[in-house]
Design a protein around this ligand. Structure first.
Ligand SMILES: [Zn+2]
Length: 160
């Protein structure tokens, strides 16, 4: 399992690989060359159930996690932007059919990226992200009411 470790202020600290068969009590940042290594304590009590599903954030202990499509948003945005520019040029030069073809192709590419991008679990409280793990098919996604609950509980304000 890969963990994108964040602190309670949602600041991203580092990424760690964790073996769920032998979950470590402490993970360290693996930034080479720097003296300041961040050690994070993990609490695995009731964090993983019999099916190796993550039930609880081992970083902050929060029991509410939501599932998110791991869609590379930056790439999706760039593709759409490029396509819009190309289509506009084509429409301007009266290549209307080709313009629509470009737009259709891009919608298809976006759909394919979306389909093949994996899912990750995100902790409502600290926003740490968990990848490469079994996620139940029916695991709920982001819910605004739950998100609001943690936003008000946690005054650490960040943009985004
Ligand atoms: Zn957490």
């Amino acid at each position: 399992m890969q963990i994108d470790v964040r602190n309670l202020q949602h600041h991203r600290l580092f990424t760690a690989q964790v073996d769920l068969d032998q979950p470590p009590d402490i993970i360290e940042s693996s930034v080479a060359g720097t003296g300041d290594r961040t050690k994070i304590h993990l609490d695995w009590a009731q964090a993983i159930d019999d099916h190796n599903h993550l039930k609880r954030c081992p970083l902050c202990g929060c029991e509410e996690l939501f599932v998110r499509k791991d869609f590379p948003q930056a790439i999706g945005f760039i593709i759409v932007l490029l396509a819009a520019v190309i289509a506009m040029i084509m429409f301007a030069t009266r290549q209307v059919l080709e313009g629509f073809l470009v737009l259709g192709l891009v919608a298809l590419i976006d759909a394919i990226i979306y389909l093949f991008s994996g899912r990750c679990l995100v902790c409502y409280r600290c926003r740490s992200e968990y990848r490469d793990l079994q996620i139940p098919r029916d695991h709920p996604g982001w819910e605004l009411s739950t998100g609001e609950k943690y936003r008000t509980n946690n005054p650490g304000n960040t943009t985004g």
